[in-house]
Design a protein. Structure first.
Length: 311
């Protein structure tokens, strides 16, 4: 009878081998981006997936500088904890950060702010992203999307071409055989690149555990005021309209995904260690994006946003 040796950080050898394979693939993809494109960028939200991309970029390019800037599309309704973490991380890395502001798009009349109880700026960031890409001439944008997150994202290739209008057509995906990635594009087109496309939520958390990576406090249990809507707990903030008949709860919660405060729900949790979070994920009966109200606006909400140019 064989036994599986457990490492000090709580991962067995099989998990480590799996993570090493995923890491090697992601590093290879990032280096392919640097080799094939003239002006790439890394899309950074301050969430766990983009933080994982930064760690992979360090492994791919250190001790040199990254061959791309970090780009954050700020809706203006982001969690302050994520913004503070972003600024601290960029400061420690010594890398360039470009911030595209949705508020600027609103002020210029490029987009119109939503109104009403469920108003959100989440969909508005598509225009800001496309404008930022055009302004800086980016021909490739690295992102942290994964196929296990949502069915529309499962349709993406690792190198996903966008047309001259920034739009995505799932019927025009290029074959990717034997890990060969085709970065050839026509003038005006750009490519979204997903190095951790083959990872799962659990893979990301196991990698964070293995690497000892820091994360925003939002991902761990903390006390917060919330309002329950559509069966989910949304954080009370200046950006959310609380109706007189709605009850405000104060609970111990954490966030599985971090986005615009108006559409990102929390989950009740007492998990303050990564090992506890991993255990929660294994027994969860809701998907990672199951608490994102922006994905529930229609059956194909994510695909509709992606077709229009969304990350």
């Amino acid at each position: 009878m064989t036994t599986t040796q457990t490492q000090p950080w709580g991962l067995d050898e099989a998990t480590l081998t799996h993570l090493e394979e995923l890491e090697a693939e992601a590093i290879y993809i990032m280096r392919e981006v640097a080799a094939q494109f003239d002006r790439p960028a890394l899309l950074f939200s301050g969430g766990k997936d983009s933080i994982t991309l930064v760690r992979l970029a360090e492994k791919a390019f250190r001790p040199g500088k990254f061959p791309f800037p970090l780009v954050h599309i700020d809706t203006g309704h982001n969690f302050q904890e994520a913004l503070d973490f972003r600024d601290d991380l960029v400061g420690r890395l010594g890398e360039r950060l470009i911030v595209g502001l949705v508020q600027d798009s609103i002020d210029k009349g490029r987009v119109k702010e939503e109104t009403g109880k469920y108003a959100s700026r989440n969909s508005l960031q598509t225009v800001t992203l496309l404008d930022t890409i055009e302004e800086h001439g980016f021909d490739a944008c690295i992102g942290g999307a994964r196929r296990d997150e949502e069915k529309a994202r499962a349709k993406e290739r690792v190198f996903s071409v966008r047309d001259e209008f920034g739009q995505w057509d799932p019927r025009l995906q290029r074959p990717e055989l034997w890990n060969l990635y085709n970065g050839k594009i026509h003038p005006g087109e750009n490519v979204r690149v997903f190095p951790i496309s083959n990872w799962t939520e659990l893979d990301v958390w196991n990698y964070i555990l293995k690497e000892g990576m820091a994360l925003p406090s939002l991902y761990f249990s903390h006390r917060r005021k919330l309002v329950r809507r559509m069966g989910h707990l949304f954080p009370v903030s200046d950006f959310i309209q609380v109706d007189p008949d709605e009850q405000v709860h104060e609970l111990n919660v954490r966030f599985r995904t971090v986005g615009d405060m108006t559409c990102t729900a929390a989950v009740e949790s007492d998990a303050v260690e990564i090992q506890h979070i991993i255990h929660e994920i294994k027994s969860a009966d809701i998907t990672e994006r199951g608490a994102r109200i922006d994905d529930r606006r229609s059956e194909a909400a994510m695909e509709e946003r992606k077709r229009a140019g969304y990350f």
